[in-house]
Design a protein around this ligand. Sequence first.
Ligand code: FMN
Length: 324
Amino acid sequence: MKTRITELFGIQYPIIQGGMQWVGRAEMAAAVSNAGGLGMLTALTQPTPEALRQEIARCREMTDKPFGVNITILPTSTPPPYEEYAQVIIDSGVKIVETAGRNPQAFIPGFHAHGIKVIHKCTSVRFALKAEAIGCDAVSVDGFECAGHPGEDDVTNLILLPVAAAKLSIPMVASGGIGNGQQMAAAFALGAEGVNMGTRFVATQEAPVHEAVKRRMVEATERDTTLIFRSLNNTGRVINNDIARQVLEIEARPGDTDFSEIQPLVAGNRGRERVIEQGATDDGLMWGGMVVGLINDIPTCAELIERMVAEARETVRQNLIALS
Ligand SMILES: Cc1cc2nc3c(=O)[nH]c(=O)nc-3n(C[C@H](O)[C@H](O)[C@H](O)COP(=O)(O)O)c2cc1C
């Protein structure tokens, strides 16, 4: 499976694990990279740049394959020290960065000066073209189906991917809603040269989350996600649990949403402690996408990736042959 994405990142299969807050730790990234995909540490999961330095070292002990680091540039009044996190990535010799959120332009020259390839994850064609214009090496295009922040346009990948592919020159990775090889084949048919997954990788043996989180993803159907923070223009797709419903109730009240009312419900540390570590899947935000409807087991990353590759090939032979 040779594409511009496998060539760019030096990986066997064009399957990427996107940055995931609290999940994108060394165990996760190394498992994906060892299986022939591209694992990604999540910079802001580490409380300090120094902790990220140690996590990168830990990941290196677990794999000799390429892995990347995600930097999510958040719209926040008290930003983390992004420059210092970026410097740690450079100093540690990591050669792949996934940026997400706000415009990563300020970081690109520094990364490129050190031979670091940058893939920017974005949710619209205009942002993808902007990423290309500022020198990103590739883009991940995240459709409305995705976990996390799908943006405010509500365009699903069946439309978003081919529109973006027709306009982009740099390679494009399809992200959002993908969990099996049939979908991977479909994404390639729409112009992608790789796929990026979040939710599907949470329900794997190696994902460093409580078993109850993985089981909940297996039990959930495609109707079990919801969109929060719409009233704040910062839409997030999460599993429709008790906390999400409380947030939606507050957002539905007349007038502007007061974030201070929502804050204790959605606090990142609450999600980490209650959901990810303790498995109380209704007591904090649980990020997840519509692909939960296709998740029926908890394989190892190697089993998942090998199965996807086999399914994709089978799809081309069995389902797409009639079109040739
Ligand atoms: C638990 C979880 C946490 C996530 N955290 C982040 C994050 O911190 N930064 C980011 O850029 N994307 C984050 N994402 C989004 C993923 O990187 C990816 O773009 C998305 O999950 C793709 O959609 P899918 O879940 O349908 O595969 C997160 C996704 C999940 C499931």
